[in-house]
Design a protein around this ligand. Structure first.
Ligand SMILES: *[C@@H]1O[C@H](CO)[C@@H](O)[C@H](O)[C@H]1NC(C)=O
Ligand SMILES: CC(=O)N[C@H]1CO[C@H](CO)[C@@H](O)[C@@H]1O
Length: 723
C-alpha cells in the first residue's frame, strides 16, 4: 500500500561528516596545545588554565550539537492519498488554545487566531475549538462571543473563495481586492463586518466594559455577576457553539465547529501551574464535550497559515506502516514580524530547518508547546505498545443537555480536582518547570513513542516575534532557564533517557539544556583575552608557531559553516551577522540569568517566576523595529552587562594596540595577534551598541545611567589584578 508520507535524508552528508571530523581533530589539537604549553607560574598561568577549561567546554558542547547535524530528515505528507483513502472519514480533532490575559494578549489578536482555526479545511462537525482564558476576563468571553457570530459569515467566505491564510487579520492585511465585482462586493462586506467587530472588541477592552444589552441578553455573561477577580473566581465553561446541535449552522447552512470558552477556577491559596495547568484543565474539559482522539495545541498569537495542516498531520498518524508509533507531530514556530535582516536574531531558522529535523532522525523533535498535534492517549500517559490499536472513531456521541455538559466540565476545572491524582505528573503536561512542554515531550519519548517533525515549505503556523531587545532577552531567559532546570533535575536527558532513548537523541535534548551554562565560558572568552591584550599577556600561540593553525582552522570553518547553515535556512548575510551579535548578547544576559536563577533555586533562594512577554509595543518602538534599530530605552541591569562588555573591548583594543605600536616591538605583536583579532571582531560586532550609547538621540538609545554604570565597571575591571 502506498505510504501516506515520505522520509528523505538531507543531502551532502558525506561532505558534512568529513568537515566535522577535521573540525574535531582541530579541537583536539587546540586542547593538546593548551594542555602542553601552560606557562610557568606567574603572569598568565591562571588565565591560561581558564582558557583550557573554557575551550574544553566549547569542544564538548560542539560535539553535543553534532548529534542533530549528522543526518537530518525531511518529511513530506501526501494529503491527496489521505483524501483518496479516507475521504471525510477522518478522526475528530480538539484544538486547544491558551490565552493569559487581555492586556498582554489583545483579544482581537486572539480572535483572529481562533477564526483561522475554526476555518480549517476539515469536516466542521469533527472540529472543536477550546479557548482557555487564564485572565478569567469577561472581555475575552465577550470577544469570543462576537467571534462565534462572525464565524457564520467568515467560514462560508473562506470556503467559497478558498482563501489563505484564514486569519481575517492576516488575510485582509495581505490580500488585494478581488477583480470580480461580485466577489469584491462580498469581500468588502466581510471586511467591513470584521473591522466593525474588531473595533467593538478593542473599545470594550479599552473601556474595560462589555455593552450592557449584551450582558442582559446572553446568559453566559451572568458568570461575571459574582464579583470574582482574575485571581479569584469560580470555574467557567461556556459552550458558545455546540457542533452537535443541528441548529448551529453558518450562513450557508453548514454545521459549525464546536466553540468552547473555559476559565478554570482560580483561588489565591492554590497554585495554578501557569500554562501547563490551563492545558491540563482543557484536556479534561474537552474529554466530556468532544473527547477527540487528536489534540492540537497552539499559542493564541499563532494563527493557522495553511488550512490543510490538520490533514497533513493526519497523514502521519494514519500511515499504515509507521503511524502506530507516532505520539505527536510537531510543526515549526514561524514568525511574520521579522524584519529583513532580523535584528534580534529571532528567526529560529537554524533550529527549525536543521536542529529539529536532525532530532527527527533519532526518535523525533521536542514538543515545543505550540503548533503540535498529539494523540490524546499519549498525552494522558499511555506507554507505547505495538499491539495497541487507536480507535480513531472515538468521540462523544451522546446527546446530553448542554447545561449538564457544562456543569460536568466545570467540575473538572476546579482548583482541587487534581489533588491526589497523577495530573501534572504522569498524566497531562508536567508541572514545575518553565518549559513544561519540553519535559512532557521527553517523558513521551521515554515511554517508547516517536514523534515526527513536519516542516512544509509553506509555514503552517505564524506567530509574532519579539520586537524589542527586552522581549528577546526575556524569551531566551525563559527558554534557557527552563531547559537548564530540566538538565539539573531528575529529568536530565542523559539519566532519565538512559536505556529508553538513544544517545544522540539525549544529546539533541541537551543542546537546549546546556544553553544556559554556555554563558560563563562565553563571558570568559570575551573578557580575559581582551584584558590580556591590554596588559600584554599572550594567551594564544605566536603568529609564526604552527600551533596557530588549528585555532584559525576551527574558528574559520565553524563560522563559514554557520554562515552556510544560515543562508540555506533562509537568512540573509546581514541576518546572519545580526544573529552573531544576538548570540553574544543572549549568552551574556539571558543565559547568564538562566544559570543564576537555577542556582538560586537550587539553594532555595527564590521561587520560580514566570513572566509573560508582552505582545504589544508602542508606535515609536515599532518604527525603530522596522528600521532595524536596536531598542534599549530602559535602565535594566542586562543592558549594563552588554554595554560594559562592549566598552571594555573597545578600551582594550585601543589601549592594547597603542602599547604595541608605541613599544615598537614586533615580538609583542607576534604573541598578541590573535587577541587583537578577537578583540577587534568583538568591537566590530558591537558597533550598534556604541551607537546606542554615544550617538543616538531617540528614546530607544541606551540610557545615560547605563552608560555611566558601564564606564564604572570598565574602570574597575582595568584595576583588578588578574594578571
Ligand atoms: C503564509 O502562507 C502564504 C501563502 O498563503 C505564504 O506566501 C507565506 O509566506 C506564509 N507566511 C509565512 C510567514 O511563512
Ligand atoms: C506586535 C507587532 O509588532 N505587530 C506588527 C507585526 O507586523 C505587522 C505587519 O508587518 C504589523 O502591522 C503589526 O503591527
Amino acid at each position: 500500500m502506498e505510504r501516506l508520507f515520505a522520509t528523505e535524508k538531507a543531502g551532502g552528508r558525506a561532505l558534512y561528516k568529513l568537515h566535522a571530523v577535521t573540525v574535531f581533530a582541530g579541537i583536539c589539537l587546540v586542547l593538546y596545545y593548551r594542555a602542553t604549553h601552560v606557562p610557568a607560574a606567574g603572569a598568565g598561568r591562571a588565565a591560561w588554565l581558564g582558557m583550557l577549561a573554557v575551550e574544553l567546554w566549547f569542544g564538548f558542547y560542539w560535539v553535543i550539537t553534532q548529534a542533530v547535524r549528522w543526518c537530518p530528515l525531511r518529511r513530506r505528507a501526501f494529503k491527496d492519498r489521505l483524501a483518496a483513502r479516507y475521504g471525510d472519514r477522518l478522526p475528530c480533532v480538539d484544538i486547544l488554545v491558551c490565552t493569559a490575559d487581555p492586556q498582554s494578549e489583545p483579544p482581537s489578536l486572539v480572535m483572529a487566531t481562533v477564526l483561522s482555526l475554526m476555518a480549517y479545511n476539515y469536516p466542521p462537525e469533527k472540529l472543536n475549538v477550546y479557548l482557555s482564558d487564564d485572565g478569567g476576563s469577561i472581555l475575552t468571553f465577550y470577544a469570543l462571543w462576537e467571534t462565534s457570530a462572525f464565524a457564520k459569515r467568515w467560514l462560508p467566505f473562506c470556503r467559497r473563495y478558498n482563501i489563505e491564510p484564514r486569519s481575517p487579520a492576516a488575510y485582509f492585511a495581505e490580500s488585494d481586492e478581488p477583480d470580480d465585482p461580485r466577489a469584491l462586493e462580498e469581500w468588502s462586506f466581510v471586511k467591513d463586518l470584521y473591522d466593525e467587530m474588531t473595533e467593538r472588541i478593542d473599545s470594550a477592552v479599552k473601556s474595560g466594559k462589555v455593552p450592557e444589552e449584551m450582558k442582559v441578553n446572553h446568559k453566559g455573561f451572568s458568570e461575571w455577576n459574582t464579583g470574582g477577580t482574575s485571581k479569584d473566581h469560580q470555574p467557567i465553561v461556556q459552550i458558545l457553539i455546540d457542533g452537535k446541535d443541528r441548529g448551529a449552522v453558518d450562513n450557508d447552512g453548514n454545521v459549525l465547529p464546536t466553540l468552547v470558552y473555559m476559565a478554570r477556577e482560580k483561588r489565591p491559596q492554590y497554585h495554578h501551574n501557569f500554562k501547563a495547568g490551563a492545558m491540563n484543565a482543557l484536556i479534561r474539559v474537552s474529554s466530556v464535550i468532544s473527547k477527540s482522539p487528536i489534540i492540537m495545541n497552539v499559542d493564541c498569537d499563532m494563527y493557522s497559515n495553511n488550512s490543510d495542516s490538520i490533514r497533513e498531520a493526519l497523514c502521519f498518524f494514519l500511515d499504515e506502516e509507521m503511524g502506530h508509533k507516532i505520539a505527536f507531530v510537531q510543526y515549526p514556530q514561524n514568525y511574520n514580524n521579522m524584519t529583513k535582516n532580523n535584528i534580534y536574531g529571532n528567526s529560529l531558522n537554524a533550529i527549525n530547518q536543521v536542529e529539529l529535523a536532525g532530532m527527527d532522525t533519532w526518535g523525533g523533535p521536542l514538543y515545543i508547546g505550540t503548533g503540535c498535534f498529539h494523540r490524546r492517549e499519549t498525552l494522558c500517559g499511555r506507554s507505547f505498545n505495538k499491539d495497541y490499536k487507536e480507535d480513531w472513531d472515538q468521540g462523544i456521541k451522546t446527546q446530553q443537555r448542554i447545561d449538564q455538559t457544562e456543569e460536568k466540565a466545570k467540575s473538572l476545572a476546579t482548583c482541587t480536582y487534581e489533588h491526589n491524582t497523577q495530573w501534572g505528573n504522569e498524566i497531562g503536561l508536567k508541572y514545575g518547570c518553565p518549559v513544561e512542554d519540553v519535559i512532557t515531550g521527553l517523558a513521551i519519548h521515554c515511554r517508547g513513542w516517536e514523534s515526527v517533525y513536519n516542516n512544509p515549505p509553506r509555514a503552517a503556523f505564524v506567530g509574532v516575534a519579539p520586537t524589542t531587545m527586552a522581549q528577546t532577552i526575556l524569551q531566551h531567559k525563559r527558554w534557557s532557564e527552563g531547559n537548564f532546570s530540566i538538565f539539573l533535575s531528575k529529568y536530565c536527558p542523559f539519566f532519565f533517557g538512559h536505556g529508553k532513548i538513544r544517545l544522540p537523541h539525549q544529546m539533541g535534548y541537551c543542546i537546549y539544556g546546556l544553553w544556559a551554562p554556555n554563558s560563563l565560558p562565553t563571558l570568559y572568552y570575551v573578557l580575559i583575552p581582551s584584558l590580556g591584550l591590554l596588559k600584554g599577556t599572550p594567551l594564544f600561540p605566536e603568529i609564526m608557531s604552527p600551533w596557530i593553525t588549528p585555532f584559525i582552522y576551527v574558528t574559520v570553518v565553524k563560522n563559514i559553516y554557520s554562515l552556510y547553515e544560515a543562508l540555506t535556512s533562509g537568512d540573509t548575510l546581514g541576518g546572519w551577522w545580526n544573529g552573531q551579535r544576538m548570540w553574544l548578547v543572549k549568552r551574556i544576559t539571558s543565559y547568564l540569568y538562566g544559570v543564576i536563577d537555577n542556582i538560586r533555586k537550587l539553594l532555595g533562594l527564590s521561587k520560580m517566576g514566570f513572566v509573560i512577554s508582552p505582545k504589544v509595543s508602542d508606535e515609536d518602538e515599532s518604527k525603530r523595529y522596522e528600521q532595524e534599530i536596536m531598542e534599549f530605552g530602559t535602565s535594566s541591569p542586562e543592558y549594563v552587562i552588554i554595554a560594559t562588555i562592549a566598552l571594555l573591548n573597545l578600551v582594550c583594543l585601543v589601549g592594547g594596540l597603542g602599547q604595541i605600536l608605541t613599544s615598537g616591538q614586533n615580538m609583542l605583536l607576534n604573541g598578541l595577534l590573535l587577541q587583537v583579532v578577537l578583540c577587534g571582531l568583538l568591537v566590530i560586532i558591537n558597533i550598534p551598541i556604541y551607537e546606542a550609547m554615544f550617538l543616538r538621540k531617540d528614546r530607544g538609545r541606551i540610557p545615560f545611567s547605563v552608560t555611566l554604570a558601564s564606564v564604572g565597571f570598565v574602570m574597575m575591571a582595568l584595576f583588578v589584578p588578574i594578571f
